[in-house]
Structure formats: structure tokens, C-alpha cells
Design a protein around this ligand. Structure first.
Ligand SMILES: [Zn+2]
Length: 276
């Protein structure tokens, strides 16, 4: 047995978080990718306090190779429900795939928000530490700092597309919501088709209380994370939901497959639109 002499505890530094789910640990693989890639940047924003601790919202930007037209800006948001880290982990998988095949991201600037609810993630709760379901607070003069910072992001970047990643422990299959631009449906369908090679689709006619068609819901709750209301030309808006009780690695694979498909399909649809 080795005898290791522990150093005296250092009390002058900030106390380590007492939780077992530190955001930093969750994001370590993404940070590692950012440190080693010239086109993947880590740019946290939105500092706020909760219960005496400081937080910020993690943000990463992936810059794809230059395409023919305007750069397409896509925002991908995960873990707005703190107990759904699957999407955050899928983003690591997704960025790794982009690094291996940069052409997938050609023409895109991808803004990734892997942990939109850091206090909820630390506490392993759907709600933030203030007790709010942040995904019911958008565009409603919410006092929640996370929501205000994310709204500013959505205003500022004027995304062409917004994708939300969720995991639903009451569903036995994949499904999604479409909002915004009409073409959203034409992106979600192929994304689900690709992802259902990994996890079956939820074919029920009612999902999450809404009527559904082939795993697609055309309604949404008030206050969900989405684009600025009332835009004449809204971006495409998709929400992908994996069945949270499915094996974790399958959910990660399904998200990554869906996201890659959306990039390919949207670039294709934009190219077609420019030629008609
Ligand atoms: Zn959720």
C-alpha cells in the first residue's frame, strides 16, 4: 500500500461546489475539443448569482468552412431542463463528428448552448434553483436571468434556425415539435428518420398531451425557448425529444444523427431556394 501524504487543505481559494454534477465536468470534453481546434471556440456569457454561487451560461461556436452564400447561423440549446443532460453530451459527439468531417458544417456558424439551466443541472432538477421551469418563461418579461440572457442571444444572432434538445422520461420513442418557418417540418421528418435507426419513433397519436402525426407535434407550450415572437420571416424551430429511459449512448447517437441530417437538409433547401 502506498503511503501518500496529503497536502494541507488550502482554504484561501473559492470553495469547490458541493454537488457531484459540476457543470465543468460535464463540459470537459467540449472544452478539450475547443482547446484543440482553431474553429471551435468556447465563449461563456451571462454571469449571474444563485445561492451565493456564481454561474455563467456556457456557449460554444463552431465555424464551418465557408459556403457559397450567407453564413447560416443555427442556435442549438440543451439542458434548459436541468435533469436532461443527454443533449449536452450529444453536442460533444456532434462536434467530434464535425471535426472528423468538416464539410458537414460547410456554410454554417453553429452556436451551441449545452447547459441553459446550470443550477438545475447541478441540483438534478427540471426547474432552475429559483423553482421555475425556464422553458415556460420566454418572451414574457421573465425576471429569470438565464431566460433574459438567452433572449438577448436569440435577438442578437437572429438565427436562421433554433434547435432544442430534450429528453422525455414518459415517452418510449423519439419525437419532436415544429414551430416557426414552414420548412421546419421538412427538416424534422428526415432528422427523425435518420435518428430512428438508433431509437424507434413514438408513433402515438397523442404525445405530451398534444395531437401528434408520425412523431411530430405542431403545437407548443407558451413560453418555450423559441425565436422572437411575431417575426415576418421566422427561423425554423425544432425540438427533438429522446426517450430518456433508452440507453444513454443511443440517445447521444440519435441526437447526433438528427443534427447532422438537419445541417445537410437545410443547406440543401437553402441552395434550392436560391435557384428558383
Ligand atoms: Zn425537457
Amino acid at each position: 500500500m502506498n503511503t501518500v501524504v496529503s497536502p494541507a487543505p488550502i482554504t484561501a481559494v473559492a470553495p469547490a461546489p458541493t454537488d457531484k454534477r459540476a457543470v465543468e465536468r460535464l463540459l470537459a470534453p467540449l472544452d478539450h475539443l475547443a482547446e484543440n481546434s482553431p474553429h471551435f471556440l468556447s465563449k461563456s456569457f451571462g454571469h449571474f448569482q444563485s445561492a451565493g454561487q456564481s454561474y455563467s451560461l456556457p456557449r460554444y461556436v463552431y465555424l464551418g468552412p465557408k459556403g457559397g452564400g450567407d453564413t447560416l447561423r443555427i442556435g442549438i440549446f440543451a439542458t434548459i431542463h436541468g435533469d436532461e443532460p443527454e443533449g449536452a453530451l450529444a453536442l460533444t459527439r456532434f462536434v467530434t463528428a464535425l471535426e472528423q468531417n468538416r464539410e458537414l458544417a460547410k456554410g454554417y456558424a453553429l452556436f451551441l448552448y449545452p447547459v441553459c439551466n446550470p443550477t438545475g443541472f447541478e441540483d438534478n432538477t427540471r426547474h432552475s434553483r429559483s423553482g421555475k421551469d425556464l422553458n415556460r418563461e420566454f418572451w414574457n418579461d421573465s425576471p429569470e436571468p438565464e431566460v433574459q440572457f438567452l433572449e438577448t442571444e436569440i435577438w442578437t444572432h437572429a438565427f436562421h434556425g433554433i434547435i432544442n434538445l430534450h429528453a422525455d422520461d414518459t415517452s418510449e420513442g423519439l419525437y419532436g415539435y415544429v414551430n416557426g418557418a414552414v420548412l421546419s417540418e421538412h427538416l424534422l421528418e428526415p432528422a427523425l428518420r435518420e435518428a430512428e435507426q438508433v431509437i424507434p419513433r413514438n408513433k402515438r397519436r397523442k404525445i405530451d398531451g398534444f395531437p401528434a402525426r408520425n412523431g411530430i407535434i405542431y403545437h407548443s407550450y407558451n413560453g418555450v425557448l423559441r425565436s422572437v415572437p411575431g417575426l415576418a420571416r421566422p427561423p425554423f424551430e425544432l425540438t427533438l425529444e429522446t426517450p430518456q429511459l433508452a440507453p444513454f449512448h443511443r440517445q447521444v447517437d440519435a441526437f447526433s444523427a438528427a443534427l447532422k441530417t438537419i445541417l445537410v437538409e437545410y443547406r440543401y433547401l437553402m441552395a434550392v431556394a436560391q435557384n428558383i
